[in-house]
Design a protein around this ligand. Structure first.
Ligand code: ZN
Length: 344
C-alpha cells in the first residue's frame, strides 16, 4: 500500500461549476460539445471530485449580458434576427437553445468568479468564449462569459480590477477588444506597443512579446501567432508564439508574461482561460505541447495566483484534439492541478 496523499482524497477545497445544459446544440461540429459532460463524468469516475463539489449555475440575466454586449446585438440574439453573414461569422448555427446555453455559460462564469473570491479558486467546466465581441460573435463564441463575469463583479463592488490570462492557442481577440474599449483619456499610458522584450533565458526560438495597457482589466494572451484570428487587437500583453513551440519554451514564456503582468498590475481577480488546444494533437492548433506540459501550465498559473493571494477563476475554452478523450484528459487535469496546488 502506498500512502494516500491529501490531494487525492475527499472533497475538493474549492467548487466546480457545471450544468448539463452547458451542452452546445450545434450538431456535427469540430467543437466537441460533449466535452463538458464527459469532463464532469471523468472527474467523478476517477475520484478527483464528488457530486457535492459541483455547483449548478443560473443563467446570466439580460442585464448582466448588457454590461458587455451592445443592446442591438443582444436584441438580434434574443429575437433570432442575426443576418446570415453574422451567423456565418459566429461559425455555430443559431438557435434559441444555443442562446440559452451561452447565457448559462455566462452565469456559470459569474458564479465561478464569485466562488473564487471565497475559496481562492473555482473552475467552471465550460465557458471561455473569448472570441465574442460587444457587437458580434465569432469563432464559435456568441457571448463573452468571462467579460460578463468581470463586469458583474465590478458592478457588485466585489472586485475593482481583474487580469485575464488566456492560454488558449488562439488569441483572445474579443477580450482585448472589450477591455481596450474602456480605456479613457485619463488612463491612457504612453504607447509601449510593439516593444520587444528580452527573450527569457532558456528560450531557443523566437516568439514575441508585445505590451500596451490602460484600464481596469489587464489582458494577457499567449497564442500561436500564425493562427486565427487574423486580426489580433492588442491585449495588455500578447505573446506571439511561433509554430511548433513545445512545453519548455511555452512554460518559460508564460512565466515571463505572468511576472511582467504582475509587476505592472495588481488584480483583485485572475480569470484563467485554460484552452486545451495548444496540445500537439489539436486539429485547430499548431503548437506542440504535451498533456503533461499542459498540466504544468495550469499548475504554474495556480501557483502564481496562490503565492500572491489572488483569487483565480477558470474557464475551459477551446480543445479540438483528434481524440476527444485527450481533450477531456487535459480539462480534467486542470482540476487535478488546482487540487494539488490549493490542497497544500
Ligand atoms: Zn482556441
Amino acid at each position: 500500500m502506498r500512502p494516500v496523499l491529501n490531494a487525492e482524497c475527499g472533497m475538493l477545497p474549492f467548487k466546480l461549476v457545471y450544468s448539463d445544459a452547458y451542452y452546445l446544440p450545434i450538431g456535427e461540429h469540430v467543437f466537441p460539445a460533449e466535452k463538458y459532460r464527459r469532463t464532469r463524468d471523468r472527474l467523478i469516475a476517477n475520484g478527483i471530485a464528488e457530486a457535492s463539489d459541483f455547483l449548478e449555475p443560473e443563467p446570466a440575466s439580460d442585464q448582466d449580458i448588457l454590461l458587455v454586449h451592445k443592446p442591438e446585438y443582444v436584441q438580434k440574439l434574443t429575437t433570432g434576427t442575426l443576418s446570415p453573414r453574422e451567423e456565418m461569422e459566429m461559425e455555430v448555427p443559431y438557435s434559441r437553445d444555443l442562446v440559452d446555453a451561452f447565457w448559462l455559460a455566462a452565469g456559470g462564469s459569474i458564479l465561478a468568479a464569485r466562488q473564487s473570491l471565497n475559496d481562492g479558486v473555482s473552475i467552471s467546466i465550460g465557458g471561455g468564449f473569448h472570441h465574442a465581441f460587444p457587437d458580434h460573435g465569432e469563432g464559435f463564441c456568441m457571448i463573452h462569459d468571462v467579460a460578463v463575469a468581470i463586469r458583474r463583479l465590478q458592478r457588485d463592488d466585489k472586485i475593482h480590477t481583474a487580469m485575464t490570462v488566456d492560454c488558449d492557442v488562439h488569441q483572445g481577440n474579443g477580450t482585448a477588444a472589450i477591455f481596450a474599449g474602456t480605456r479613457t483619456a485619463s488612463s491612457l499610458l504612453p504607447s509601449v506597443a510593439h516593444s520587444t522584450l528580452e527573450r527569457p533565458s532558456g528560450m531557443t526560438r523566437g516568439g514575441k512579446m508585445r505590451q500596451a495597457h490602460a484600464g481596469d482589466v489587464f489582458t494577457i494572451s499567449l497564442h500561436q501567432h500564425n493562427n486565427y484570428p487574423l486580426w489580433k487587437p492588442p491585449s495588455s500583453i500578447d505573446v506571439d508564439l511561433p509554430d511548433g513551440v513545445g512545453d519548455d519554451d511555452y512554460l518559460a514564456w508564460l512565466d515571463n508574461a505572468l511576472s511582467s503582468g504582475l509587476r505592472q498590475f495588481e488584480p483583485d481577480l485572475i480569470c484563467y482561460v485554460a484552452g486545451a488546444d495548444p496540445y500537439k494533437e489539436d486539429q485547430l492548433g499548431g503548437l506542440n505541447l504535451t498533456i503533461d506540459g499542459l498540466k504544468k501550465r495550469d499548475a504554474l498559473v495556480f501557483r502564481v495566483a496562490r503565492t500572491r493571494g489572488i483569487p483565480v477563476m477558470v474557464t475551459l475554452a477551446g480543445g479540438y484534439a483528434m481524440d476527444m478523450e485527450d481533450t477531456v484528459t487535459i480539462h480534467s487535469n486542470t482540476v487535478v492541478a488546482a487540487k494539488e496546488v490549493f490542497a497544500r
